[in-house]
Ligand binder design. Structure first.
Ligand SMILES: CC(C)(COP(=O)(O)OP(=O)(O)OC[C@H]1O[C@@H](n2cnc3c(N)ncnc32)[C@H](O)[C@@H]1OP(=O)(O)O)[C@@H](O)C(=O)NCCC(=O)NCCS
Length: 156
């Protein structure tokens, strides 16, 4: 049976493997220092970290936090992933619902989630739960000459 519970330090290795897979899927390099730092920050700020368990095996995770505290607080969900062998059984949906409940209890009226265009399964899952596209994030990869300011030619 699947259950969802809070992350504990004992889940570190399994959660790290899931995060490695997620960064791979996103075409990014896994940075263990960054991962450890973000886990520590989440723990100290008491943010939500949820783990899906089948027996004693970690099979998925989701993170939840309150953002925009000063202006308009909203909930934010990130790092949603289910082990490939366990997909299609409703675990992703349970992880998101758990994160939503957590954010609702902490005062969020809205919850946001960023998703890659290619993550068709994730988009379907979020739509099924009721998420609607609100923003479109555009990205520009800078060339080297856009990173260094060229010296201006001296005025004649
Ligand atoms: C997205 C992800 C977490 C879904 O987990 P999951 O446990 O397989 O999802 P569920 O079984 O809870 O699916 C719930 C609903 O999501 C939708 N869905 C999930 N995967 C889907 C797929 N491959 N194709 C179409 N719809 C899909 C369906 O609507 C499904 O409802 P249904 O079973 O009634 O059809 C999982 O596919 C995953 O880990 N993907 C790789 C990581 C990723 O892209 N994460 C999102 C980062 S932005």
């Amino acid at each position: 049976m699947i259950s969802i519970r809070e992350y504990t330090d004992k889940d570190y290795n399994a959660a790290t493997n899931l995060m490695r897979k997620l960064t791979e899927l996103m075409g990014e390099k896994f940075d263990e220092f960054r991962w450890k730092t973000s886990l520590l920050a989440r723990k100290s700020q008491q943010e939500g970290m949820f783990i899906a368990i089948e027996g004693d095996k970690v099979v998925g995770m989701s993170f939840a936090e309150i953002r925009g505290r000063e202006a308009q607080p909203y909930g934010y969900i990130s790092s949603v992933i289910v082990d490939e062998d366990y997909r299609g059984q409703g675990i992703g949906e349970l992880l998101i619902q758990k994160a939503i409940m957590y954010l609702g209890r902490r005062g969020a009226n809205k919850v946001r989630i960023n998703v890659r265009k290619e993550a068709v399964g994730a988009i379907k899952l979020y739509e099924k739960i009721g998420f609607k596209e609100k923003y479109r994030v555009m990205e520009l990869t800078l060339h080297e000459d856009q990173k260094v300011e060229k010296p201006q030619p001296p005025k004649a």
